[in-house]
Ligand binder design. Structure first.
Ligand code: GLN
Length: 542
């Protein structure tokens, strides 16, 4: 029978619930169990697609085209699974569903209330689309006590009561602050957070305590006594400097053992592959320096999957990838000499995805520098669009080439997509339609050109990658670019949408309209990231 695990957070936010949940998923998987991982976000947006990275960090896109929280990226990377649309829900979506049903007359004659209508909608999500999973792990975003999260906690309480408490385990992530002057870890905030959770009718079963230092027996006993958990279920979540070390660390501290003994399901664990990558990462033999020229560079979460994909490629090449995040607008209005000074120390330049006007000219400058100086270049989504604009401007002489996302006063080489096809179905987007959920989203097939770099990297003729964009290169410029040695090496199967451009004469110049970073895994680096790092290593050895 399926077991349900809820990861909740207390005391403060940003304790890493997503990573903790993903780590537990990985540990259960390392014991041979089938896991499913899900996230509930209490905010009122229908999904994070309309939020700025400043608010939310990266928007992670699933295969089936859901715009979700970046924690789903952790789940996919740690547990090596592919999440679905049905694995992520927001408070807004729950209320939206309830109100849609109300208008349709589903509750005709009744008063629509938080309990049971809203809680039933949450419970329907908890149980939807499950197959034969051994464990389903649910993370509730935010901190216990947040007003928006109340309805989710109430639904979880009801759900656990219905499923039988012994089939449901609550892992509560809290913080044990270390008070320097007293030289000790403080348990009181955790005690109070546990009480707060009990006000919602939920008893924590395992306490996962974020802590700078190891827990002493005293603290463990105290927490067990005050918080009503067996002392072996008080687990220290120690700070680590490498997230891929977490499965080993949490296992050593007893997280998976506690959860499985709660369910009375003892089993063996095989962590050899985790030990192997940690060992590789502790003894990298080579290193390269990569510049990511983007827009939200001071926020580490904005390019989460991208950063991890570079790390994965580094692991596969036994190489430490040093990443410098460069705000693209800093390259604007600079002389060639100044641009060279900013970029000359890098063996690879990557221009990632993005939205909006600010900094785009700086991205074009970065592409130009990489192209002219034969520095390995990798463009992703907006990065590809800017590569097309750069080549059109500086190779093909179309000085006002641009994307209509930024100006209408230009030669429009990148234009808004109004119609495209998926699985034989046409999607049409009117000019003044909604902004939320209307991009080209999720996995689409792409056919690769024979003999191209793309085909060499992927080792196949047709690929599938995840998209999230509103604009696309106009295919009519294909021959103009081809004359100057810029090749469209990947297209949608109907041949209408350019998906990849490359320059065969350049050591490595690859740009794709999709986001390959979403599919990279620590144990299976993405082939394009791998190729990029290999090219950077070659550059480093020159
Ligand atoms: N802003 C561009 C578009 O919507 C690129 C999006 C992206 O980089 N994800 O097409």
């Amino acid at each position: 029978m399926t077991k349900y695990i809820f990861t909740l957070g207390g005391v403060v936010s940003s304790l890493g619930k997503g990573i903790a949940s993903a780590t537990l998923g990985a540990l259960l998987q390392a014991r041979g169990y089938k896991v499913r991982m899900r996230k509930m976000d209490p905010y009122l947006n229908l999904d994070p697609g309309t939020m700025s990275p400043y608010q939310h960090g990266e928007v992670f896109v699933t295969e089936d085209g859901a715009e979700t929280d970046l924690d789903l990226g952790h789940y996919e990377r740690f547990a090596n699974i592919s999440c679905h649309k049905t694995d992520s829900i927001s408070g807004g979506r729950i209320y939206h569903n309830v109100l849609t049903k109300e208008r349709r007359g589903d509750y005709l004659g009744g008063t629509v209330q938080m309990i049971p209508h809203v809680t039933n909608e949450v419970k329907a999500f908890l149980e939807s689309d499950l197959t034969d999973e051994d464990f389903v792990l649910y993370e509730v975003g935010g901190t216990v006590g947040d007003i928006e999260g109340t309805i989710f906690l109430e639904a979880v309480r009801q759900f656990m009561n219905e499923k039988g408490r012994k089939n449901c385990c609550v892992v509560y992530l809290t913080l044990l602050p270390f008070i320097e002057t007293a030289g000790e870890l403080k348990t009181k905030p955790t005690q109070q957070a546990v009480k707060r959770l009990m006000e919602a009718g939920i008893q924590a079963d395992v306490l996962l305590c974020r802590s700078k230092i190891a827990l002493g027996e005293d603290e463990r006993k105290k927490l067990a006594l005050f918080c009503n958990v067996p002392s072996q279920n008080v687990v220290a979540a120690l700070d680590v400097d490498n997230v891929y070390g977490l499965p080993i660390s949490y296992h050593e501290q007893g997280l998976d053992t506690s959860v499985l003994s709660y369910f009375d399901m003892p089993s063996d664990v095989d962590l050899s592959k985790w030990k192997q990558i940690v060992n590789t990462m502790n003894h990298f033999q080579k290193n390269v320096q990569i510049a990511v020229v983007g827009k939200y560079c001071h926020l580490p979460d904005t390019y989460k999957s991208l950063k991890e994909a570079l790390v994965h490629a580094g692991i596969s090449e036994n190489t430490k990838v040093d990443i410098d995040w460069i705000e693209s607008d800093l390259l604007e209005g600079k002389s060639t000499k100044e641009v060279a000074k900013a970029l000359e120390k890098y063996q690879g330049i990557l221009v990632p995805g993005g939205f909006g006007n600010r900094g785009v000219e700086g991205k074009i400058t970065a592409v130009q520098y990489a192209r002219e100086n034969k520095i390995p270049f990798f463009g992703i989504c907006l990065g590809m669009q800017m590569a097309v604009v750069e080549c059109m401007r500086h190779l093909c002489g179309v000085k006002d080439a641009n994307s209509t996302e930024f100006t209408s006063d230009c030669t429009p080489v990148i234009t808004r997509m109004s119609v495209w096809e998926k699985d034989g179905i046409k999607t049409i987007r009117p000019e003044k339609g909604d902004m939320g959920g209307t991009m080209r989203l999720g996995a689409y097939p792409c056919v690769l050109k024979k003999g191209s770099l793309a085909e060499k990297l992927y080792g196949t003729k047709q690929i599938s990658e995840r998209h999230r964009h509103r604009y696309e290169m106009d295919i009519n410029y294909e021959s103009v670019l081809a004359e100057k040695g810029v090749v469209i090496s990947g297209k949608s199967p109907d041949g209408l949408l350019p998906e990849i451009i490359e320059i065969p004469e350049h050591p490595f110049f690859f740009a794709g309209q999709f986001h390959p970073e979403f599919k990279s895994k620590p144990f299976a680096a993405h082939p394009v990231f791998q190729g990029f790092i290999r090219a950077a290593l070659k550059k480093a050895s020159e």
